[in-house]
Write a protein that binds this ligand. Sequence first.
Ligand code: NAP
Length: 258
Amino acid sequence: MASYPELEDRVVLVTGAGRGIGRGIALAFAEHGARVLVNDLTDEHARETVEAVRATGAVADAVPADVADRAAVRAMVSAAVERHGEIDALVNNAGINVVSPFLELSDDVWERTQRIHHWGLFYCAQEVAPRMVARGDGSIVVISSPAAVETYEGQTHYASAKAGLQMLAFGLAWELGGSGVRTNLVSPGWIETELNREYLWSEPDLRERVVRQIPLGRTGSPEDVARAVVWLCTNEAAYVNGAVLRVDGGLLAGRLKA
Ligand SMILES: NC(=O)c1ccc[n+]([C@@H]2O[C@H](COP(=O)([O-])OP(=O)(O)OC[C@H]3O[C@@H](n4cnc5c(N)ncnc54)[C@H](OP(=O)(O)O)[C@@H]3O)[C@@H](O)[C@H]2O)c1
């Protein structure tokens, strides 16, 4: 394992960390001695990750809140700052992925998808970044998706949200970079989590077809993604700002013969 002593005692807020990729990210920061603030929609899921982090000997706190709700995000951040001093890194990871054909898309699914992915970063960054800017130090990592640059069947709303999220992150990189706050994106490919498990198994050979499109020949794990996220928050990435780091086994590098 790489050693990043600069992460020791740093405070990292990970949204949507009750399970999946977010939990993997929380555990990966904990391995380097960071203090992890575990956000999730439900207290129950946040606490499960907190227990897993504490079991490794690291410090963790549950900070449940709906990232799509400005007031809830504000209350979460101010309670976290009161308790832990500063937030050194924000990992904007919370997300949902409801599959729906565009013509059947409900207002509710459209709005919830935009609010959690796109507005979630707007709220979290606006609440967290001012203190980073004032200190002249901080790192924001945004979990994007290949859907930010190409859409998929039944995913128009998700792809739109991820595309907006990506441009918002570029805006932060551009506007906050001069204050010493770096913003980068990690774009995971096919990572098997609850988000897509049902979809991947919805047709008999879909999973195999998906894997055939990945040059490295396998789906990814939350740990694969987490290592990239952690690296972006280290001194080794000191000159990396506004980057999209694809962690997808080469998925977007080419296409199978039609
Ligand atoms: N899995 C993939 O293949 C893949 C690929 C590319 C990008 N991504 C992105 O990676 C991120 C994590 O996805 P995942 O695969 O780990 O999904 P996941 O297993 O479904 O986990 C998503 C987490 O986000 C939480 N969450 C949902 N809405 C929230 C809200 N309003 N406020 C706070 N937390 C909320 C969920 O909480 P509850 O459990 O309490 O509902 C859950 O813990 C997402 O942004 C997703 O778009 C995933």
